[in-house]
Design a protein around this ligand. Structure first.
Ligand SMILES: Cc1cc2nc3c(=O)[nH]c(=O)nc-3n(C[C@H](O)[C@H](O)[C@H](O)COP(=O)(O)OP(=O)(O)OC[C@H]3O[C@@H](n4cnc5c(N)ncnc54)[C@H](O)[C@@H]3O)c2cc1C
Ligand code: SF4
Ligand code: SF4
Length: 716
C-alpha cells in the first residue's frame, strides 16, 4: 500500500471503527469480487454505515485524490462493482424503508434486497417494479444504479420511470436530497454554477432536434450503454434531471443514499403458455403481433414473452422443444374474467401463426411454474455443464421490436459462425432484449482474441445494422465502455462526458467504468477461474448464495469462501507468490474455515446447488485425519456428549461470574489475550449462561411420537 493510501487509512480510522475497515489479503480479494468476469483487488474495503460517514470518506478521497467505487450486493456482470483503489460497501447497514401512500410509493435505503421490497409491498397488492432475474439478491442501490430490469418492467416501469426523488452524496461530500425543499434551497444557494450547468446541458440537448429524436429513439427500447441522458429530454426541473441522471450511472456520478419510488400494481390473476415454433423468425413475428394487443384501458395484454432458442431448450432437456424455438408468454389481470378475456385475445392473435402444438394457456400455478422452471433453468444448466476453467458469460443486447425476426436470426447465425457450439439465446423478446450465454476461456491469447472478435461482430450487428443497444440491462461497466461513443455517436457521447465532468471533475468515482480511454479495457483484467475442488468448480460467483449465508458480513460469505479457495489453488499451482499464498491460507483458517457453520443454507439459493458447507467439511476432514489427536478428541466428544455438556456448565457459569465481576471491557481484553496465547475459545458478551431444564418441566412434557430438534442458534 503506498503512502497516499496509508495516510487515507490513518484518517478514516479516526471516524470508522476498525472492524469495518479491511486491508488484509483475504477480505480485500473477497469483497473485491463481483459476479462479472473481471478481477480487481481493492487496497481498502470500507463497510460503510451512515451518510455522514460516506460524506467524510468522499471528501477525504477527493483531497487525497484517491478513486472510490461503491458496491451493493456485487451481482453485477459487466465489471462495474470492482476497484483497485477504495471499495465502499453499502449493504447491511443500509436497509431502512418507509412505506408511503398505502404502498403506492416507497422510500428505500440502498442496501435492501429487491425481493424484500416485494415482500414489504405484498400486503398492499403492490410490487417493486424493476425486476432483474437477480432480484432475490440484488439490492436497491445496485438495481437503480444499473437501471436493472427484467421480464416485466421493460422501459415503462424501470427505475427511471418509477423514481421520484433521491438523496445523493456528491464527490466532494455534499449531501443533496431532491425530495426535500430545504436541502434543494441550500444546494441552490451553495452550488449555483452546478445547477446552471445542468440547465445549460438541458437546453443544449433540447435545441438540437436531431439529438432529441435520437435520444427518444434509443430509449424506446432498453438501453444502459453509457450514462442515462433521457432526463434532459423528459425532465424540466434541474433537480429532477439530477435525480434521474443517477439511474444507470453505475456509481460514477455520486453515492445513492436513499430513493423514493412509485410502486406497481401487482395483478393477482396470471396465466402462461409455452408456445413452440419450428422457425425462430416465426416465433419472433408472433411476439411482434402479441405486443400490439392492447386492452380497453390502453394497457398491454401480454405482459411477458420470453424466447428460448433450440440450444436453450436442449440445455434444459426439453424433449418437446427438440430443434424448436419456444415463446413463454404471460398475461395478467385483476380478475379471472379479465384473464379469460385476455387469453381469448391472444389465442385469436396466434391463429395467424404456425405453432408446433395447439396454444394452451394455464392459470394453474402448479402447471405454469413448470414452464418458468424451464426458463430459469437455462442459465444454471449452461453454466453447470461448461468446461472446467471456462467462464459463463451472459451478454445482453436489445433490438427495436420491428427488427426482431431478422435480428434474432442474424444473432443466432453470428454466434454459430464464431464456433460457440453450446451458446444459447434467450430472453425478453417482448422488449427485443436477448441474453446470450457463452462459455468462454480466457486462458490463452487465442481465446481472448476469439472473444474480442465475437464482440466486434456483435457491435457491427447490433449498432451498424439495427441501431440497437449493446447493453440493455446489465450496465456498461468495463465490458462496453470502449463502445459507448460508437453506439451513441459523438454528440450524445459529448453530453455524457459533460455530465461526468460536472459531477466528478477529478474522475474519482468508479473510474474506468462507462468511460474508459483504453480501447482494450474489455479484454483486460480477466478473473482467473482455476480448478479447485469438484464441489465448487461449477460456481459462477454470482453471489446468489450470500442472502442465505449465515456468516456473510461477519467473516466471509459462501461465494467469498469459494473465491479465496480458488486463489489459493491458483497460487499453489503457479507458485507465483508464496508470501501471498501464505497470507491467504492463514487468513482463511478463521474467516473461511472456522466460522463456516457447515449448515449448507447457501445451497438453497444457489442456481448450481453448490453447498459450500460440504467444502468446509472436506477441508476440516483433511486437517484432522483419522487417528490424529484432534480427530480422537472430536470422536470422544461425540460419543460422550451428555457428560461433556455437563462438564461445560461450570465453565460457562465461571465465565458469567467473571463477566459480572470484571465488566465487558476487561473481560474481552483478558479473554482475547488468552485466546491468542493459549488458543482457548474466544469469549464474547453474547456467550450464553449455563442453563439446566428444570426437572419438573422435563417431566411435564407430554409423550409425543414425533420429535423436533430445535437449534436455537448457529450450532458453531
Ligand atoms: C445470474 C444473474 C442474473 C442477472 N440478471 C439480471 C437481469 O435480469 N437484469 C439486470 O438488469 N441485471 C441482471 N443481473 C445483473 C445484476 O444482478 C443487476 O444489475 C443488479 O441490479 C445489481 O445489483 P447489486 O446490488 O448486485 O449491485 P452491485 O453489483 O453491487 O452494484 C451495481 C452498480 O451500482 C453501483 N452502486 C451500488 N450501490 C451504490 C450506491 N449506494 N451508490 C452509488 N452507486 C452504487 C456500483 O458501483 C455498481 O456500479 C444478473 C446477474 C446475475 C449474476
Ligand atoms: S456458490 Fe452458487 S450462488 Fe454462490 S456464487 Fe457460486 S454459483 Fe453463485
Ligand atoms: S455452510 Fe458456510 S458458507 Fe454455507 S451458508 Fe453456512 S456458513 Fe455460509
Amino acid at each position: 500500500m503506498n503512502n497516499k493510501y496509508l495516510s487515507f487509512l490513518k484518517e478514516i480510522r479516526s471516524f470508522i471503527p476498525e472492524e469495518r475497515i479491511y486491508t488484509d489479503e483475504v477480505r480485500r480479494l473477497a469483497w473485491g469480487t463481483d459476479a462479472g468476469f473481471y478481477r480487481m483487488i481493492p487496497e481498502i474495503v470500507i463497510r460503510s454505515d451512515s451518510e455522514k460517514e460516506i460524506s467524510r470518506v468522499l471528501a477525504l478521497a477527493k483531497s487525497s485524490h484517491l478513486p472510490v467505487t461503491f458496491r451493493a450486493a456485487g451481482t453485477s456482470l459487466s465489471g462495474q462493482a470492482i476497484s483497485d483503489s477504495i471499495l465502499v460497501v453499502a449493504g447491511k447497514h443500509w436497509e431502512k424503508y418507509e412505506i408511503l401512500d398505502e404502498g403506492k410509493k416507497i422510500r428505500l435505503q440502498p442496501g435492501i434486497v429487491g425481493q424484500r421490497v416485494n415482500e414489504l409491498l405484498k400486503p398492499y397488492g403492490r410490487k417493486f417494479a424493476p425486476d432483474p432475474a437477480s432480484v432475490k439478491s440484488a439490492m436497491v442501490g445496485g438495481i437503480v444504479m444499473n437501471n436493472a430490469s427484467g421480464m416485466n418492467c421493460g422501459t415503462h416501469a424501470n427505475s427511471d420511470k418509477m423514481l421520484l426523488s433521491a438523496k445523493i452524496i456528491l464527490a466532494d461530500g455534499t449531501i443533496l436530497d431532491t425530495g426535500d425543499e430545504e436541502s434543494k434551497k441550500r444546494f441552490a444557494q451553495e452550488n449555483p454554477h452546478f445547477l446552471q450547468r445542468v440547465e445549460e446541458l438541458r437546453d443544449q440537448v433540447r435545441n438540437n432536434k436531431e439529438l432529441c429524436e435520437r435520444i427518444r429513439y434509443k430509449y424506446a427500447i432498453k438501453n444502459v450503454t453509457g450514462l442515462n441522458i433521457l432526463p434532459f429530454v423528459r425532465q424540466d426541473d434541474p433537480f429532477d434531471i439530477i435525480t434521474h441522471l443517477m439511474v444507470g450511472s453505475e456509481g460514477t456520478l455520486a453515492f445513492l443514499a436513499e430513493v423514493t419510488m412509485n410502486t406497481e400494481y401487482d395483478f393477482p390473476c396470471k396465466a402462461s403458455a409455452m408456445l413452440y415454433f419450428k422457425e425462430i423468425k416465426e416465433a419472433c413475428r408472433a411476439v411482434v403481433a402479441m405486443k400490439k394487443l392492447i386492452n380497453p384501458e390502453g394497457q398491454w395484454i401480454v405482459k411477458g414473452a420470453e424466447l428460448l432458442d433450440k440450444k436453450s431448450l436442449a440445455s434444459v432437456n426439453d424433449k418437446t422443444g427438440e430443434n424448436l424455438t419456444a415463446i413463454l408468454a404471460e398475461t395478467k389481470a385483476s380478475s379471472a374474467e379479465e384473464l379469460r378475456w385476455n387469453i381469448r385475445q391472444i389465442e385469436s392473435c396466434l391463429q395467424g401463426f404456425e405453432t408446433f402444438q395447439p396454444v394452451h394457456f394455464t392459470d394453474k400455478p402448479e402447471e405454469y411454474s413448470k414452464y418458468w422452471a424451464i426458463r430459469s433453468g437455462i442459465f444454471p444448466s449452461v453454466g453447470g455443464t461448461r468446461k472446467s476453467g471456462t467462464t459463463c458469460l451472459i451478454e445482453d443486447v436489445a433490438f427495436h421490436i420491428e427488427d426482431l425476426p431478422e435480428a434474432t436470426a442474424d444473432l443466432q447465425a453470428l454466434i454459430a459462425r464464431h464456433g460457440y457450439e453450446d451458446a444459447c439465446i434467450y430472453g425478453h423478446a417482448l422488449e427485443g432484449n436477448y441474453h446470450f450465454i457463452i462459455n468462454q476461456s480466457f486462458s490463452s491469447a487465442e481465446e481472448v482474441r476469439r472473444y474480442e472478435s465475437l464482440m466486434n461482430d456483435v457491435k457491427g450487428l447490433v449498432v451498424d445494422k439495427y441501431d440497437g443497444s449493446l447493453k440493455a440491462e446489465h450496465g456498461t461497466g468495463r465490458n462496453m465502455a470502449p463502445f459507448v461513443r460508437y453506439e451513441w455517436g459523438d454528440e450524445a457521447f459529448a453530453v455524457m462526458k459533460a455530465v461526468k465532468e460536472l459531477f466528478d471533475p477529478d474522475n474519482l468515482l468508479n473510474p474506468g467504468v462507462i468511460f474508459n480511454d483504453d480501447p482494450e479495457c474489455h479484454i483486460k483484467n480477466f478473473k482467473p477461474l482455476p480448478l479447485t475442488h469438484p464441489l465448487i468448480d461449477r460456481c459462477i460467483e454470482c453471489g446468489f448464495c450470500e442472502v442465505n449465508c449465515l456468516t456473510c458480513g461477519f467473516s466471509l460469505s459462501s461465494r467469498q469462501r469459494i473465491v479465496i479457495r480458488r486463489e489459493i489453488a491458483r497460487l499453489k499451482h503457479t507458485g507465483e507468490d508464496n508470501a501471498r499464498l501464505e497470507q491467504l491460507e492463514k487468513g482463511y483458517r478463521y474467516l473461511g474455515n472456522e466460522t463456516c457453520a457447515g449448515d449448507g443454507l447457501c445451497s438453497l439459493s444457489c442456481p448450481m446447488h453448490i453447498n459450500t458447507g460440504d467444502l468446509t467439511h472436506v477441508i476440516r476432514q483433511l486437517s484432522l485425519p483419522k487417528g490424529s489427536l484432534g480427530y480422537r478428541a472430536g470422536d470422544f466428544a461425540a460419543n460422550h456428549f451428555a457428560g461433556i455438556k455437563n462438564g461445560l456448565r461450570p465453565v460457562l457459569t465461571l465465565a458469567d461470574t467473571a463477566h459480572a465481576l470484571l465488566g465487558t471491557t476487561a473481560m474481552s481484553a483478558i479473554t482475547k489475550e488468552m485466546h491468542s496465547l493459549l488458543h482457548v475459545p474466544l469469549w464474547t458478551p453474547a456467550m450464553p449462561k449455563a442453563y439446566r431444564v428444570p426437572k419438573n418441566l422435563e417431566k411435564s412434557q407430554p409423550e409425543v411420537k414425533e420429535k423436533v430438534v430445535y437449534f436455537p442458534s448457529c450450532i458453531n
